[in-house]
Design a protein around this ligand. Sequence first.
Ligand SMILES: Cc1cc2nc3c(=O)[nH]c(=O)nc-3n(C[C@H](O)[C@H](O)[C@H](O)COP(=O)(O)OP(=O)(O)OC[C@H]3O[C@@H](n4cnc5c(N)ncnc54)[C@H](O)[C@@H]3O)c2cc1C
Length: 426
Amino acid sequence: MPSWPDTPPSPLWQRLSRESFTAPKLTEATRADAVVVGGGITGLSTALSLRERGLSVILLEAVTIGAGASGRANGQVIGTLTRMPPDQIREKIGQPFLDLVAGSADRLFALVERFNIDCDARRSGWLQPAHSAGRAKRAAGLAAGWARAGADTQALSREDVTDLIGAPGYQGGWLHRGGGHINPYAFTLGLARGVAGEGVQIFEHSPALGLQRAGEDWRVTTPEGEVRARYVVLATAAHTGDLWPGLAQSLVPVTSYQTATAPLGALADQILPGDQAFSDTRQDLRYMRKDREGRLVSGAALAVQIGAKFRLPRAVRRRLGELFPALSKAQMPEFWGGRIGMTTDRLPHLHRTDDGLAAFVGCNGRGLGLCCAMGPLLADAVTGLPEEDLALKPQPIRRLPLHFFVKRFARMILPWLRWQDSREVK
Ligand SMILES: Cc1cc2nc3c(=O)[nH]c(=O)nc-3n(C[C@H](O)[C@H](O)[C@H](O)COP(=O)(O)OP(=O)(O)OC[C@H]3O[C@@H](n4cnc5c(N)ncnc54)[C@H](O)[C@@H]3O)c2cc1C
């Protein structure tokens, strides 16, 4: 069964995109120094970095550019990891990786500028409101920790957060001024345009079906062609199939659904008046951002997915209505979903062989900036930079026990997370 997406990317982001990009199908046998599999932000950023090292690069996308999570995300640009705080990243992984994460939003916005990407980029900050007093204390620690890592941050009181959101209900929080939001589909298309302009050959509707050694090279086959290359990078994220045995079984793909209000008119000025992106401290995250026409774009995961198209917008509206009563009857006409690649330690995993194959999985739902920053690292990793010089150490692929069941039932953990959130655990 194909592992790549079988539904179109976000209809909302597609409608709002002023960027467009198309590429041909691979229909011949060809060669390049490097082949990148996957046309999301990771693949494009990696292809760019390999090209900048003077290599000829081919990128294969199974469907169309932005078909995966990159064209479906909420669009929040967040320069942090999902769970691990900065001091622990420094201690457990190292200063170079902390620098990479801390610089990840910079890298995204620098790409926007470099390629003049028309993606409604707003560097208005990323706000993390705290839903409990305990989390407010932790948020103040995060603001200080990320400031030590070089980020422009501010710890926020309850009153500050009320002003920034335009509603009471949170106990404090923190602001990362380097964050913001984009139309992620438009960003991905614009990045493809830029990367192609630098000489990367991109092919759409060209799924990599096979990966074998062929002498000194790798041979990647597609339905109508093949590429021989010295280096191969798999950038297939939650859509990883069986090209590299065990890789798909090392992560858990989780479906996240998105929805949005209709344009809110004057009300939009009162909600998030500073236009920040918002993700709170709950484990069953509440998040939102505005689009350029004044819709509030939000989302959630569901433990039971039956009827998601009808149930999810209602559930999100209920949550929005708790914060902004004026939205409790709002129409939620938009709906789409996408797959997030989760790792059990909530950390990104880098893998490589010593014969020119590398992969990165595990953005854990916070990947727009991170995937931009992983490009140069993947290029270093696949071309053989010694391990001690890599910001993130490659690790062996570890298949999760009972992966078949874990994959199907991972979302059943949601009620447990909600219970923890309500008890302020951790
Ligand atoms: C609903 C949702 C909301 C999110 N919101 C945010 C957010 O607000 N902020 C944030 O930072 N992150 C967010 N994320 C996470 C973020 O979108 C991802 O981390 C990031 O886009 C992953 O990019 P990627 O290039 O690694 O993977 P993808 O964009 O998924 O790209 C992988 C590509 O590989 C292709 N592919 C798979 N198999 C093959 C094959 N055999 N041959 C060729 N191509 C293949 C797929 O078609 C796909 O296009 C969200 C994710 C989802 C799903």
